[in-house]
Design a protein around this ligand. Structure first.
Ligand SMILES: [Zn+2]
Length: 394
């Protein structure tokens, strides 16, 4: 064999060996990452019917955007020393869920809220749709079809990712006009929240916003006085940017929650209520420790109202959770001022931390062993459909 032939053969062999190794490495890497992000909702992971006997009449889902176990620990450690228990210790079921998105270990509010609202994992910025753009039925749509009254109370703007995931379907999270138009065309009965960036980009001016909302809702003024006849009357109340979220102004999230309970109780129907606090996410993106501490108090106050309502009502499932953690917050000892604490942050972004999931009341046991955020949506759908089956019985 001539020298050049030998050299070519050797080069070809080296190239083949290299490609083989590369293929092997890529293959291994791909299989590791794909097993990491595999989300197909396996049916065998669902609980059997036997575990769904204790069905609630009403469901309250309280989602705190950005709240991880660091925020929870801080809330519990900074409570009054005279308090024997924290509000979170009152829950029957205490656990966590893994909120990763269809794109990997991180998520955003749209993806996580959609997973929780629909039972299907999805990608960043996807509202009520899967990664292929298919429309997903959400728990509110399912509940409305079965005679429930549905409501959203948020301290954020009404077209924000979390509320939107329960009332709209879009790939464009910034298209406020479209999201609100979908909300006004939905079966939603109550909508309380803020307006933001009016007149900018895809956000209509206030007049147009109110015109969209009045297609379905009777608008309350800032006094929040309910009309004398509210049965079957969809209502909404909208406030200026930061009017609810700013803890020094009014109305507060607890006040809006109280009005919502008055409205929902008067309907004499089962209800499903989404309560959202955006405070932890907003403050944690800024690494604003003081705002986190103050915000946690507003969240505890709102949660205390929820628990009080559900204990008195006796037929209400309460779920408290987060869409993801923001900030990588941890409270460490301040040894110069012991026992005071110092708050440390690891990022101004979302983290890949698992987040708290608590449940209380009838049906709470179904949420004691949730692994992924989308399982919450699947279990809620199961509970809602059971309700219908029992209603159909003579
Ligand atoms: Zn965020």
């Amino acid at each position: 064999m001539k020298n050049w032939k030998k050299t070519s053969l050797l080069t070809a062999l080296i190239l083949l060996a290299f490609l083989f190794c590369l293929g092997y490495i890529l293959n291994v890497n791909l299989s590791v990452s794909s097993s990491d992000i595999e989300f197909s909702p396996a049916k065998e992971q669902l609980n059997s019917n036997a575990e769904y006997q204790d069905k609630p009449k009403n469901i309250i889902l309280f989602m705190v955007d950005g709240m991880g176990f660091g925020h929870l620990s801080l809330a519990m450690m900074t409570q009054q020393a005279t308090d024997k228990t924290s509000i979170w210790q009152e829950f029957d079921a205490k656990g966590w869920h893994d909120a990763r998105s269809a794109y990997g270990p991180l998520t955003d509010s749209e993806a996580s809220a959609t997973a929780i609202a629909t039972g299907t994992p999805t990608g960043f910025g996807h509202i009520g749709i899967d990664t292929d753009g298919n429309r997903l039925e959400n728990v509110f749509e399912m509940a409305s079809n079965r005679g429930y009254v549905t409501g959203i109370v948020t301290d954020s703007y009404i077209w924000d990712g979390t509320p939107a995931a329960f009332a709209a379907h879009t790939r464009n999270e910034d298209d406020a006009r479209d999201i609100m138009t979908q909300m006004a065309a939905s079966e939603l009965d109550l909508l309380f929240g803020e307006l933001e960036d009016l007149g900018e980009d895809d956000v209509p001016e206030k007049e147009e916003t109110l015109n969209i909302l009045t297609k379905r809702f009777t608008l309350l003024d800032e006094s929040l006085v309910l009309p004398s006849t509210i049965q079957g009357l969809p209502i909404a109340a909208v406030f200026d940017e930061d009017q609810v979220q700013n803890l020094n102004s009014s109305p507060t999230l607890p006040k809006l929650t109280e009005v919502a309970f008055t409205y929902l109780s008067a309907q004499n129907k089962p209800f499903m209520l989404l309560l959202e606090s955006e405070e932890m996410d907003a403050a944690s993106h800024e690494n604003d420790s003081d705002r986190v501490v103050k915000g946690l108090k507003a969240i505890q106050k709102t949660l205390a109202l929820v628990m009080e309502f559900s204990k008195a009502n006796g037929q209400t499932l309460v779920i408290f959770t987060a869409d993801h953690e923001t900030g990588g917050l941890s409270a460490v000892a301040d040894f110069d001022n012991y026992p005071n604490l110092q708050i440390r942050w690891t990022t101004k972004d979302h983290t890949a931390a698992v987040v708290p999931l608590f449940a209380d009341g009838p049906g709470a046991e179904n949420f004691a062993d949730v692994h992924r955020n989308w399982e919450i949506g699947q279990r809620l759908k199961r509970l809602i459909s059971l309700d219908q089956k029992s209603d159909e019985q003579p």
